[in-house]
Design a binder for this molecule. Structure first.
Ligand code: ADP
Ligand code: MG
Length: 684
């Protein structure tokens, strides 16, 4: 039987040289590509009463043309001739102005007094509709119509090509999904899928299309994850780590505090992984201040006891330095050699470190992304830890692992990842979660105010400082432009200086300052020479000043919940009751609702779920570097129920080895391997 993948698209009736070129622009080369070019959405032409329409809404209305239609001609881009058609209609007693472009062909056909159906975007203020559809009759309930991304290919050409392809080749559509899965979930066959998707008769058919495509996309995605997990993390016997458990226990017993239950569980998970045949690939997630560092330290210690080097990578220098200090303190009475490598390290010092590293004269190397730069060679790297892992891209994490053979990898995250996303994005990782904070922590009290309360806020700042405690003020985040963000911080800094004069020492911290400057300022804040620190989000990650008990966040609505939570985690680290004041003058209900969530909970897992629901996974992780897959129809958040089902199915398929042996799986297997190949190409 012929395969749609092997039939070139030019075989389809109606595809000439010109349309062929334009199809190729859309990466459509075969009939399979063509039929899989699904609509990006469907237009629904349900007629409504304009009096109930909202501003900006896409509407379809029927009315009488009450003014003589006017055609205006003008020059558009690249000197193209353009026309603009305007007229007014009466619909449900309202008079609405209609504007449409490029309708020269309607000249002489459209007249005052006619009935017309108009579809387009409604502007309430100007009582106008910018139309993309005009029908010169009464179109009561025109059905659904596919909308495609077509670049330069005309809609009519594309739909007629699609129709021809369906007629000629539709019967050849071959199902990748085995029949039992189609039956189990009552999914439509591939043949039906193509016809329903491109020539839908009603909404129900579209629903069927979405169900089928989403399931298939998510199943393939999960198959990939499980398949890669099966092959990728296998390692040879000799890389299993053997270490002295008694010594590891001694380390735990000598800590100045008792580990929480979740910390202990995480440690057991990790120590278990180190001695396994599969290389570790584990995510350790826990709220800010939940004590992930000590877990990381113990992992590094066990790795050291097994005779390996370890490394810890952090996203900022401040954080890397802090880790270096923490680890040096924790290991003070042990004989580990610890070094710090950042881009501020002098050339001479760097080359010394690299030589010692190569000779295994360094046991633990801490640093920023400079750890993964070329020339950093370990003698025997056994464990790589990445702190604040979402700050790093997929590639960077991979580079770190490639610094050794079968390296165990541990990723730390203070942005708790909602279960739905964890399942998908990190499907190839095991997850340990620290959900409780160490004993005796007082939850940070959070309040939402607007700038009318500024006087009271300033009074509160004064009071906190008079108690000998310290304050952070976070400048708003205007856009991804450092310049403007810094300007904001500078403005606020100057304002506070004017207000408080000489009585309080105020510091300023932002990302463009030189490392030494930053260090001096942070140092001064740490030892309370500075009482109030105005900062951009550079303090967001990890910084530890237990005496700081108040955090003011200006224009809090500009931050995502996950980020606000990170910021808030800078306070509440010491003995004092701590406060977080969110200042927001934005009155929209949605914004206030979002920020109110902050005042109601200090649980990062809850907040993350909220943030995800409100802003979607792209925002949550920072769009590009997230490594999140893109789907045609599936949505990792909204479709998490399908995702979970697909995940179970994928797991069963891979574990049973069916996919390799059973010929019913052949089409699925081919597709899976094709996608894995493409993935590999993207990575390298
Ligand atoms: P995070 O998870 O945000 O990285 P840290 O590892 O920086 O948190 O820990 C925050 C603080 O809590 C540190 O000062 C650390 O020494 C302390 N800490 C960690 N675990 C415990 C514990 N079980 N009991 C008391 N304090 C702890
Ligand atoms: Mg940390």
């Amino acid at each position: 039987m012929q395969n749609l993948n092997e039939i070139e698209v030019k075989q389809v009736k109606g595809v000439g040289p010109k349309s062929l070129e334009r199809l190729q622009e859309l990466k459509i080369y075969t009939v399979a590509d063509l039929l899989n070019h699904f609509p990006r959405s469907y237009d629904d032409f349900e007629v409504i009463d304009i009096n109930h329409a909202e501003d900006g809404e896409k509407v379809t209305v029927i009315g009488d043309i009450v003014t003589e239609p006017v055609f205006q001609y003008y020059k558009g881009k690249r000197n193209r001739k353009m026309t603009r058609l305007t007229f007014k209609i009466r619909t449900n007693q309202a008079i609405i102005k209609v504007i449409a472009f490029n309708r020269a062909f309607l000249r002489g056909k459209i007249n005052q007094g006619q009935e017309i159906t108009v579809t387009g975007k409604f502007d309430r203020q100007f009582a106008s509709i910018t139309a993309n559809e005009l029908k010169l009759d009464r179109l009561e309930n025109a059905s659904v119509r596919p909308q495609y991304t077509l670049k330069s290919l005309p809609y009519i050409t594309f739909t007629s090509i699609i129709k021809n392809a369906l007629d000629e080749f539709g019967e050849l559509a071959n199902d990748e999904l085995p029949t039992y899965l189609l039956e189990r979930y009552r999914l439509i066959s591939k043949k039906r899928l193509y016809s329903f998707a491109h020539t839908p008769k009603n909404r129900e058919q579209i629903k069927q299309v979405f169900r089928r495509v989403k399931y298939e996309e998510l199943l393939l995605y999960q198959l990939k994850i499980f398949y890669l997990k099966q092959v990728e993390y296998k390692r040879e016997e000799r890389y299993k780590k053997v270490f002295d458990q008694i010594k590891a226990n001694e380390f735990i017993n000598n800590l100045p505090f008792e580990l929480t239950k979740d910390q202990m569980n995480a440690i057991n998970d990790i120590l278990g992984d180190l001695s396994k045949e599969q290389a570790m690939n584990r995510l350790l997630q826990g709220d800010v201040g939940s004590g992930k560092t000590v877990v990381a330290a113990l992992s590094l210690y066990a790795n050291y006891l097994a005779g390996y080097q370890g490394t810890l990578m952090a996203p900022t220098e401040i954080l890397a330095e802090q880790h270096a200090k923490t680890l040096n303190d924790l290991f003070i009475s042990y004989h580990l050699k610890i070094e710090l490598l950042t881009s501020s390290v002098s050339k001479k010092q760097r080359s010394l470190i690299l030589t010692r590293l190569k000779n295994h004269e360094i046991d633990i190397l801490i640093g920023t992304h400079s750890l993964i730069s070329e020339g950093v060679t370990f003698k025997r790297l056994g464990l790589g830890i990445v702190d604040e892992q979402h700050r790093f891209g997929v590639m960077q994490r991979k580079l770190l692992k490639d610094k050794g053979d079968s390296v165990d990898a541990l990723f730390l995250s203070a942005t708790p990842i909602p279960r739905t996303l964890a399942l998908s994005t990190f499907g190839d990782m095991e997850i340990s979660s620290i959900k409780q904070l160490p004993k005796g922590r007082k939850p940070v009290q959070t309040h939402l105010i607007n700038s009318k309360y500024e006087e009271r806020l300033l009074g509160f700042v004064r009071k906190i400082i008079s108690l000998g405690q310290q304050v952070y003020v976070i400048a708003p985040l205007i856009e991804e432009s450092d310049k403007i963000d810094i300007q904001n911080a500078v403005d606020i800094y100057e304002k506070y200086q004017t207000i408080f004069g000489e009585r309080i020492n105020i510091g300023l911290l932002h990302g463009k300052m030189k490392q030494e400057e930053k260090e001096t300022i942070m140092g001064a804040f740490k030892n309370n020479t500075i009482q109030l620190l105005v900062s951009t989000t550079v303090v967001e990650v990890g910084v530890n000043v237990p005496n700081a008990s108040l955090m003011v966040i200006v224009d809090a609505d500009r931050f995502g919940l996950a980020q606000l939570h990170q910021l808030r985690g800078r306070v509440g680290r010491g003995e004092h009751q701590s406060y977080c004041i969110l200042v927001c003058d934005h009155q929209s209900e949605k914004t206030l609702e979002r920020l109110t969530v902050m005042t109601n909970t200090t649980n990062g897992f809850e907040l993350a779920e909220h943030d995800l629901k409100l802003r979607g996974p792209g925002d949550f992780f920072g769009a590009k570097q997230s490594g999140l897959p893109e789907f045609k129809m599936a949505d990792l958040v909204k479709d998490y129920k399908i995702l979970e089902i697909a995940r179970e199915d994928a797991k069963a398929i891979i574990e049973s080895n069916e996919i390799h042996q059973n010929k019913d799986y052949l089409p699925l297997r081919l597709k899976l391997f094709k996608e894995i190949d493409e993935m590999g190409n993207r990575l390298d």
